[in-house]
Design a protein around this ligand. Structure first.
Ligand code: SAH
Ligand code: DHB
Ligand code: MG
Length: 222
């Protein structure tokens, strides 16, 4: 078992299950041309986000960490008419590429990108009374994950689904004494989720074109 096999299986899933779409190809090409890191979700993972948003009938989606908007587009295409995806991005270069990608995808009326540190945008979103969100995807800077989990709860309602990316990182999540802020933050976020009485939560390990990693998935209860 190796990464070549994981890649081949992801390609098989993509070819067998997903409808080829030039919008996604153009989105990733624009990201690559602009020199953005290729750390977007894979196509099968993007489709998982799409399926979850669709299954929930989520009308209001919050994403923390836009990059080039690849995962955003998967989710934005799953919301019903009148639905929206609010996506938060710190880096103006990433935001610029993402905005062009949303325009190309015909999603200007669906996606709202907020530029700046996500914690600041989240405070503004709360002040504006824009919650609750039906679906939250957390995928920005890992050291801030615990804060993002707390914000997701503040902006949620009973029934809100919260998905957290990159909770395994090739097993580095087990490094309890690690001084690395990424490990500390991700571990703490899982501890916060596990200790939160309003959450039913699990995590699943994944392999594929993004290596060995995993998602945490939680639903907010009453
Ligand atoms: N969800 C995207 C990938 C996001 S990569 C996809 O799957 O397509 C993580 C993104 O979070 C990067 O673009 C990075 O610039 C952004 N980011 C990092 N720190 C941030 C912060 N404090 N606030 C908002 N965004 C941040
Ligand atoms: C990285 C970040 C991600 O969100 C991801 O899915 C994969 C890798 C990273 O920063 O290396
Ligand atoms: Mg990620």
């Amino acid at each position: 078992m190796d990464e070549t096999l994981w890649n081949d299986v992801d390609r098989f899933f993509t070819d067998t299950l997903l409808v080829p779409d030039p919008v996604f190809d153009a989105t990733l090409r624009a990201a690559d041309d602009a020199g953005l890191p290729p750390i977007n979700v894979s196509a099968p993972q993007g489709m998982l986000l799409h399926v979850l948003v669709r299954a929930l009938g989520a009308r209001r989606v919050l994403e923390i960490g836009t990059l080039a908007g690849y995962s955003t587009i998967w989710m934005a295409r799953a919301v019903p008419d009148g639905g929206s995806v609010t996506t938060l991005e710190l880096d103006p270069r990433h935001a610029e590429v993402a905005r062009r990608n949303f325009a190309r995808a015909g999603l200007d009326g669906v996606v709202e990108l907020r530029l700046g540190p996500a914690v600041d945008s989240l405070a503004v979103i709360e002040q504006e009374g824009r919650g609750p969100f039906d679906f939250v995807f957390i995928d920005a800077d890992k050291p801030s994950y615990p804060e993002y989990v707390r914000w997701a709860l503040r902006l949620a309602r009973p029934g809100t689904l919260v998905v957290v990316d990159n909770v395994v990182r090739e097993g580095r999540i087990l490094e309890a004494g690690s001084p690395e802020a990424i490990v500390v933050g991700t571990r703490r976020a899982l501890e916060v989720m596990g200790a939160e009485p309003r959450l039913l939560v699990t995590a699943v390990q994944t392999v594929g074109s993004k290596g060995y990693d995993g998602f945490a998935v939680a639903v907010v209860t009453d």
